[in-house]
Design a protein around this ligand. Structure first.
Ligand code: 6PG
Length: 238
């Protein structure tokens, strides 16, 4: 595990610090780079913070990916891509060749997963090493669309998976554990008291929780950006 923890006072500060770190990292990398976005509510602030940066990421050479997507029709308000479109991409106006929307509205989700794995391979070879993956976490310890108790075929870069029925979509596309393990940098965003307990568990030591696995199985750096509420149960508060 190579985890760096950054604790800020408020969710807006978390977003600003995380955005600055992401931009600095992408600017340091030569050539075309990839940034994989995630879903949920926390990234909205992060997207706004990216747009507010004085030194933005190198957008003209950044490819946008999604670490996971909900299997819902194109343009559905609960799609992670729809959220990113309105909170980030509309303002950037990137060329279509740089924005890689997973085909999560497809009837054949397995085929859509394979096609998205091909997108990653075209950018980064096989198995792919994505430059920077943004992740959130759920109160159940899930990350991307890797949910506790749902099988995932880790042999491919992207998988079609199930998710609990009380979530916005019971079928998803997601980067596999292997893709998250190999990513050059992973940036985890977590804010609010509800994340404190699962986060403390995930950080405390290895185990079966999805975020816990990602944190402990990675050897490349993982950056964890928290507010004080989410950091409230860490063993050694900083
Ligand atoms: C999704 C996700 C998911 C999300 C976390 C955090 O599509 O649901 O990508 O992994 O990032 O559940 O969500 P919040 O930011 O809303 O807490």
């Amino acid at each position: 595990m190579t985890v760096e923890i950054d604790i800020a006072a408020t969710p807006d500060e978390v977003a600003a610090r995380a955005a600055a770190r992401a931009a600095a990292y992408l600017n340091e990398q030569p050539g075309e780079v990839s940034l994989a976005l995630s879903g949920g509510s926390t990234p909205k602030r992060f997207h706004a913070a990216l747009l507010a940066l004085e030194t933005p990421p190198p957008w003209n050479r950044t490819h946008i990916l999604w670490s996971d997507e909900r299997a819902l029709p194109d343009g559905h308000p609960d799609r992670n891509t729809t959220m990113a479109q309105s909170t980030l991409l509309d303002a950037l106006g990137l060329p279509a060749r740089q924005v890689h929307v997973p085909d999560a509205g497809a009837a054949d989700l397995e085929a859509a997963a394979a096609a998205y794995a091909d997108v990653l391979t075209a950018l980064h070879g096989s198995p792919p090493e994505v430059d920077l993956v943004i992740l959130g976490m759920g109160a159940d310890g899930h990350t991307a669309s890797l949910f506790p108790g749902f099988a995932v075929d880790d042999a491919a870069a992207v998988a079609a998976v199930g998710a609990p029925v009380d979530t916005p979509a019971p079928r998803r596309l997601t980067f596999t554990f292997d893709t998250l393990r190999r990513a050059r940098r992973v940036l985890v965003l977590a804010t609010g008291e509800g994340k404190a307990e699962p986060l403390a568990t995930a950080l405390a030591g290895p185990g079966d929780g999805p975020l816990q696995r990602v944190l402990h199985e990675r050897t490349n750096p993982t950056w964890v950006f928290l507010d004080q509420a989410a950091a409230g149960r860490l063993e050694e508060p900083r």
